[in-house]
Design a binder for this molecule. Structure first.
Ligand SMILES: [Zn+2]
Length: 68
């Protein structure tokens, strides 16, 4: 039996995030001039995403990339 708590819906928080849908926020990386974008329903209703967009030359980003 799992002791994990069932995730609660947080409609007030989702409303705040939805109001910022598509917003571009400066920062997100200490190494390059990255920016972040907000997608309110990126993976379904109330499933939000913030994406960090690094510069191509960013060593932090390049260290995180999976090469296959
Ligand atoms: Zn970066």
């Amino acid at each position: 039996m799992s002791n994990r708590k069932k995730l609660r819906r947080t409609p007030a928080l989702s409303l705040l995030i939805r109001a910022q849908d598509g917003a571009r926020i400066s920062g997100g990386c200490d190494t390059c001039n990255a920016y972040q974008t907000i997608r309110a329903d990126a993976y379904g209703a109330n499933v939000h995403a913030i994406t960090v967009h690094h510069d191509d030359w960013c060593p932090t980003y390049n260290a995180m990339k999976v090469t296959a």
